[in-house]
Design a protein around this ligand. Structure first.
Ligand code: URA
Length: 235
């Protein structure tokens, strides 16, 4: 059975330094199972459930960040001359190997997941996994009554691409709809509405894999994903 010192274990999984972690532990912010542990040199064993400031941490050492992407920021790791989603992260979250798991267009806002865990990103992005992404879409023209059926049947895009069945829900505003996709093709939402003779004027990603963008996060804001959120995404 593997074991590791608590302060090191926490420093590998949170944005805090060993020194800050020690202070948190002494203040009683950490529990292993149902015990509050105040000794930073205590040990964590495989299978232990560790909670830090009230939240259970994923045992995995990777980092998973929820970012509220504003407009005019690009969802790539490096883009000379442009601001990237990584540029928006606070110093504490920065580390080598981070990348956005999935892209939003420059003018699209909303939930971007940033991680350094390639396997996890693959599970979220793989077309075979059909992880749901929900978008709030504002259209140039009111949504047609036939749209929901056309989405559900699987739209054919202008270039001949056949989309999977998708869900479209009307909202109180006739120009605003909510779309749930199980795949992520280039400019997919915009191309879907273009194939119906309409145009997307605002696009916002509300959720990924059943996890909603935290309403407390302002555009440009970010926070770590909680363990329950990670579990929901990969269920
Ligand atoms: N579909 C689009 O057209 N653009 C995005 O940014 C995301 C989905």
């Amino acid at each position: 059975m593997n074991r590791e010192r608590l302060d090191k274990w926490l420093a590998d999984r949170t944005p805090y330094s060993r020194k800050e972690i020690k202070a948190f532990v002494r203040e009683g912010a950490v529990r292993i199972g149902d015990r509050t542990v105040t000794d930073p040199s205590a040990y964590v064993q495989d299978g232990d459930s560790v909670s830090f400031r009230g939240e259970i941490l994923a045992a995995d050492k990777h980092i998973y960040i929820m970012l509220h992407k504003p407009k005019e920021v690009v969802s790539v790791s490096v883009a000379p001359g442009d601001r990237t989603v990584l540029d928006l992260l606070p110093e504490d979250y920065r580390r080598n190997g981070l990348f956005p798991a999935g892209r939003l267009d420059r003018d699209t806002t909303g939930f971007v997941l940033i991680t350094d865990d390639g396997d996890f990103a693959h599970r979220i992005l793989s077309p075979k996994k059909h992880v749901e992404k929900v978008y709030r879409v504002t259209l140039r023209d009111p949504a047609g009554e036939e749209y929901a059926d056309r989405f559900s049947q699987g739209l054919l895009l202008g270039d001949g691409t056949q989309c999977l069945s998708a869900k479209l829900e009307q909202t109180d505003d006739p120009r605003c709809v909510r779309v749930t996709l199980r795949e992520g093709r280039y400019h997919q939402v915009k191309r879907m509405f273009a194939s119906l003779g309409n145009q997307v004027v605002e696009l916002h990603r509300e959720s990924i894999g059943g996890v909603s963008l935290d309403p407390q996060l302002p555009p440009g804001g970010s926070r770590l994903l909680r363990k329950d959120e990670l579990d929901t995404m990969t269920e």
